[in-house]
Design a protein around this ligand. Sequence first.
Ligand code: NAD
Ligand code: G6P
Ligand code: MN
Length: 442
Amino acid sequence: MKNNSVVIAGGGSTFTPGIVLMLLENLERFPIRQIKFYDNDAERQEVVAKACAVALRERAPEIAFSYTTDKKEAFSDIDFCMAHIRVGKYAMREKDEKIPLKYGVLGQETCGPGGIAYGMRSIGGILEILDAMEKYSPDAWMLNYSNPAAIVAEATRRLRPNSKILNICDMPIDLMEKMASIAGLTSRKEMSVRYYGLNHFGWWSDIRDSKGNDLMPVIKAHVAKHGFAGAASATEQHVEQSWNDTFAKAKDVFALDPDTIPNTYLKYYLFPDYVVEHSDPNHTRANEVMEHREKNVFTACHTIIEKGTAAGGGLEADVHASYIVDLATAIAENTRERMLLIVPNEGAIENFDPEAMVEIPCILGKNGYEKINMGKIPRFQKGLMEQQVAVEKLVVEAWVEGSYKKLWQALTLSKTVPSARIAKLILDDLIDANKGYWPPLS
Ligand code: NAD
Ligand code: G6P
Ligand code: MN
């Protein structure tokens, strides 16, 4: 088996410790000789890195470990870059969420105006990392789950069409774990699915067990009553009350098309008024995350550094993030595993824009992915997707061309925004808030 060298970009991320511990639990199938962290915030990264260094020394001293803000050092001699950066960090996420709410529009990390603003910040950050990886390790693969993945993926499709980047999302992973448990299975790996859509904007159209039995009826019966609420999953990530509400709301999203099972993110596009009514404009998800996940992770890191040992806990392996190992192993060891990826459509959804980035099942191996054809999709989904993909493409065009008009059009076209007037008010506030992060627009 190949002995891999991995750089984690966004070394200071709240997800980094969970991913490092998860990697350690998977060394048998994905051997690692070196782990490096890269971040552009030296101070934030150092806390996470020093704690992880303690854990690594205790559990796998044979793995070389280093952390840096220098691109050459970070991206030389690597096989994989696992990327989870958040350009602007939580301070900017908070603005993404609160500015639209001032105008009665929902505030969300990746959907609507907030997601558009985040996209305008992320494109440059991701391109920088991708370029550094290609310069110093031309054969490496970038496994990207930095958000907003839909916009990042469209940007790299357009601007770096030959790059070895794979964009992936963990929402379907958690939902498939839940559906497996609803169907009485122990793992999502016992299911084979058909799924189509955009990132954070898709539907399952078929779910079978390993013998080919149709699991849709039993899963639909649960979702029709409870959404995804009450279904078990190994993830520690989506467990707070706000997530429970999202899982429960999937019941109403499902009612719109009981032939398919929806991704939870569709609630933001199909029930935006409900979301606004249930939002506190002074306390959004960014605040929750800062008060819980960020605080807990950094407190645990400081404790580990002080004590000089990671024994006694504080940091946990992020079990559900093992999908990243599935992806890396598929490439390193040619496992031919079937996974959902965000890829150029090019006919995989027959009646949809060939140049759209779509989320569909793919077979993964040494040479990348092969797409599984999803055939024709129904009018309802197609109509929604056409509107949303136009938003995503306009954002990337606005970034490339520095076009105010295209970004205004993108906001206006978003199903979450009621009018061009409101779109302009939000846009002008977002431009102010994002000085130094967005290219100048005219
Ligand atoms: P975080 O703010 O804790 O961590 C992000 C890190 O990225 C920070 O340390 C920050 O300094 C760093 N960073 C920002 N800009 C950078 C740049 N240009 N170059 C290098 N490093 C940079 O955020 P988090 O909550 O841990 O989330 C990290 C990312 O993972 C986010 O984009 C989030 O949306 C994403 N995420 C994606 C999925 C998915 O399904 N695709 C799931 C979970 C999290
Ligand atoms: C899911 C999505 C991610 C998103 C995350 C937000 O996992 O797939 O793309 O970043 O939720 O979670 P948070 O806890 O930061 O609100
Ligand atoms: Mn996601």
